[in-house]
Write a protein that binds this ligand. Sequence first.
Ligand SMILES: Cc1cc2nc3c(=O)[nH]c(=O)nc-3n(C[C@H](O)[C@H](O)[C@H](O)COP(=O)(O)OP(=O)(O)OC[C@H]3O[C@@H](n4cnc5c(N)ncnc54)[C@H](O)[C@@H]3O)c2cc1C
Length: 373
Amino acid sequence: MSASDILVIGGGIAGLSAAAALSKHARVTVLEAEEQVGFHSSGRSATMLHYFLGDRLVRALTLAGRAFVENPPAGFTEVPLGHAMPVLIHGREDERDALDALEIEIRQFADLDRLDATGVHELFPLLKEDAVHGLVDRGAIRLDAHALLQGNLRQVRSRGGELHTGTRISRIERTGNNWTVTSETGDVFSSPILINAAGSWADHIASLAGVQPLRLEPKRRTIITFDAPPGTNLEGLPFAKTIPDELYFAPESGRLFASPMDEVPSDPCDAQPDEYEIALAAHRMEERTTVKVRQIHSKWAGLRTFTPDRHPAAGFAPDAEGFFWLAGQGGFGLQTSPAMAAIVESLIAGTAWPITDVAREDLLPDRFLRQAA
Ligand SMILES: Cc1cc2nc3c(=O)[nH]c(=O)nc-3n(C[C@H](O)[C@H](O)[C@H](O)COP(=O)(O)OP(=O)(O)OC[C@H]3O[C@@H](n4cnc5c(N)ncnc54)[C@H](O)[C@@H]3O)c2cc1C
């Protein structure tokens, strides 16, 4: 049996970033079911950091983690964790009021420019003529998910922590003051603290441990890539999004990618794109832009897992000693990961609370369990 101070189930961005922060204080072991880290949601994201995702709390977490992305600690990474990519929210005449309302909300977090029809088309010439209003955040960042995952993993290892891949936990018991977990292949690990960072499977992990689940909701989202019209200059194009959650698109490795921003309820699984959402992405792209999606180059889907109030859950379970929830990263888990890791560090290692704008009660899992009781 291998013993640590803290076990983390889940080698996605949530588990790895928390493990990196905690490895300053304790011996941390990360257990990942797949052969590689980031195989599920963390490796399938649109990899943006911006403030048009989620609500005020999500924006505050994003803002708090931004300095880390721009200035990672020494030794974290040899490559930048992201590069500048403006976010353009575009709207038709009938969407103007909604854009005004959005502008008021987001201005608290980012410097924004308001664009007229000319400004919108200068920034994204492929938009149809009826895109006449725009809001742009020129400070948004396209993240490098691989660099973020590997940087956290490097920190874990350099501080004496371990990662075990191919280790799918199928049994969890509390014995004395320890959690003892067993993988499908019979490997056994134990520690007084068990962090549940299993993404879409976090409720399943809770059930294995006899802990009350949070009623998490995994929702599938689809992305397709395709060629831009010949001669399109992709350099400098923004990440473009409709005001309602209908469509986003952006340049991607010499092509364009688009998502119909689907949220299809799913069981935890290796999510695969469905023909309907693939067609919907192409249809909405042609509705809003002059692009003809003639051939889909690649497609993928991933799960975005939400708590009932769509805020992440971080904190010890009130019904099981030493069982720590780190779940519900929804569609913002990469961009909030530096702030969430600092919060986990504070809640477990007792460091100062890192974000004045966010209260710990907003994140503790108790809020759902009280409701359920
Ligand atoms: C299409 C799409 C677009 C997105 N766009 C953005 C974006 O622009 N910006 C942003 O910030 N976020 C975005 N997200 C959201 C972001 O990807 C997620 O919030 C984040 O990756 C969740 O991380 P996680 O570590 O909780 O989950 P995961 O990455 O899924 O990690 C959980 C891990 O737990 C492991 N696990 C499960 N069960 C077990 C077990 N029994 N034993 C051992 N290991 C287990 C799994 O194998 C998995 O690797 C997007 C997501 C999708 C799908």
